[in-house]
Design a protein around this ligand. Structure first.
Ligand SMILES: N[C@@H](CCC(=O)N[C@@H](CS)C(=O)NCC(=O)O)C(=O)O
Length: 151
């Protein structure tokens, strides 16, 4: 099984409780849009193979690769911040007061942003939501370092 979003949707279908998608089609569209903004717009251009290609094919230095990473992550996360801050559906979490598919995508992207020292000061809503997620054992136990294959 491949692709994070497909895997999460599979888990949602096979383990419907607690739900990671809201009850109404409109709200599901919002949650999926948030998740896809992260998984499809932000994540791919910052993946390791892209950064390695920039170095290998164009001679980009580490500093230039870091600048690339920060530019695209910051631009993408600022868009997510706007989607969250401006919407009445945002609650303790990205949508409402229980975690959804959107939070499942946001938390690892922020883990990655911290790893690359990407500034998050301009994203207060994201920081608040991620703190709420990180207070939950389910998110804490999913930290990369705690996985059996962590290097
Ligand atoms: N679109 C894929 C992306 C998977 C992916 O790229 N995973 C990262 C780790 S989070 C990876 O394998 N990076 C290594 C690389 O870029 O070569 C998904 O959502 O599952």
């Amino acid at each position: 099984m491949t692709q994070s979003l497909a895997i999460i949707e599979y888990l949602e279908e096979t383990h419907p409780q607690p739900p990671l998608l809201p009850a109404s089609a409109e709200n599901r569209a919002r949650v999926r849009a948030l998740a896809q903004t992260i998984a499809c717009d932000i994540h791919p251009v910052n993946n390791l193979r892209i950064l390695q290609y920039l170095g290998r094919e164009f001679g980009a230095t580490q500093e230039q690769k870091d600048a690339w990473y920060r530019h695209w992550v910051e631009a993408g996360l600022l868009a997510v911040e706007q989607l969250l801050a401006a919407h009445p559906g945002t609650g303790v979490f990205c949508h409402g007061d229980a975690p959804t598919l959107a939070d499942c995508c946001l938390v690892p992207q922020i883990f990655n942003a911290r790893r690359f020292d990407c500034p998050l000061e301009a994203m207060p809503t994201i920081r608040r939501i991620v703190a709420a997620c990180e207070a939950l054992p389910a998110f804490r136990n999913a930290a990369p370092a705690l996985q059996p294959d962590a290097e």
